[in-house]
Write a protein that binds this ligand. Structure first.
Ligand code: AMP
Length: 283
């Protein structure tokens, strides 16, 4: 179990990758914000099935946080993360500082339409600009052959696919299934914010979504089923439901029964915002 090489500058990242490329190796990338858990590790395992080497970026990207959000208290634990990368077999960790990614005078923003509209964007209007900009930078810095993103952040996965398609970024985007705890709660770095009582409530989110998806697949009316799911979330103990919505799974256009769908939700528990999503099989 060897520790990954750690680089924190774009120049050192490119030098290492250039060396590997000279030997003809293929490269997969897993972008993360650190505080690594089993969900992240599963992405690295998939990356290493697809390519010879895996580079994991660890960067808490300030441009995807609104001023009111948790940028300052987002968990940072680099030493532990590097141990986890060693266990998972990732060969390279890219850990840039904010000044490396956004030097003084930085003035560019990438804004994706299509799947970025609605859902998260209704509540976090600057979020996907931040994500698209940092992902485009990471891809141009590392030039991986492929990159693995979790379905946990389903809209983000769709936005990254759109970004690569629209900008002809030659990176194959691989979606990876959501890793959950034994009670169905999707693993998330933000789960660290939850106390015991909140955790018990959080664990009901996935069950409510699965129940609602099954009702939709069985013919339930979309508006009534999603309204009922919001009610069930509040009854379970969520304080505020941002959305529960069914969408067409590839484009996130309005849901149609004859196409594969996705049921997506975001809800608040205290100061913690949780998201999750499940499949809605086509009729
Ligand atoms: P983050 O560090 O939260 O920005 O997430 C980095 C990557 O890990 C993203 O592609 C996420 O979708 C993915 N991810 C986060 N949680 C999970 C999970 N529970 N299962 C699978 N992938 C995940």
């Amino acid at each position: 179990m060897s520790r990954p090489l750690v680089v924190d500058s774009v120049a050192a990242l490119r030098a290492q990758i250039r060396d590997w490329r000279r030997d003809g190796v293929s490269l997969a990338m897993v972008p993360t914000m650190g505080a690594l858990h089993d969900g992240h590790i599963s992405l690295i395992r998939i990356a290493l099935e697809k390519a010879d080497r895996c580079v994991v970026s660890i960067f808490v990207n300030p441009t995807q946080f609104a001023p009111s959000e948790d940028l300052d208290k987002y968990p940072r634990q680099l030493g532990r993360d590097l141990d986890r990368l060693a266990e998972a077999g990732a060969q390279l960790a890219f850990t840039p500082g904010v000044a490396q990614m956004y030097p003084a005078g930085f003035a560019t923003k990438i804004s994706v339409g299509g799947p970025a509209a609605g859902l998260e964007s209704d509540f976090r209007p600057t979020f996907f600009d931040g994500v698209a900009t940092v992902v485009a930078k990471l891809f141009l810095q590392a030039s991986p052959d492929c990159a693995v993103f979790g379905e946990k952040d389903y809209q983000q996965l769709c936005v990254v696919r759109q970004l690569c398609s629209d900008l002809d970024l030659p990176v194959d985007i691989i979606g990876a299934p959501t890793i959950r705890d034994a009670h169905g709660l999707a693993m998330s770095s933000r789960n660290a914010y939850l106390g015991e009582t909140e955790l018990a409530v959080a664990r009901q989110l996935n069950a409510i979504l699965r129940r609602t998806a099954a009702a939709l697949a069985a013919g339930a009316d979309e508006g009534s089923a999603t309204a009922e799911a919001s009610r069930a979330l509040v009854e379970a103990g969520f304080e505020q439901v941002d959305y529960v919505a069914a969408r067409e799974s590839l484009t996130l256009a309005p849901w149609r029964r004859d196409r594969d769908g996705r049921l997506l939700a975001a809800a608040w528990l205290g100061k913690t915002r949780l998201i999750d999503n499940v499949e809605v099989p086509s009729a």
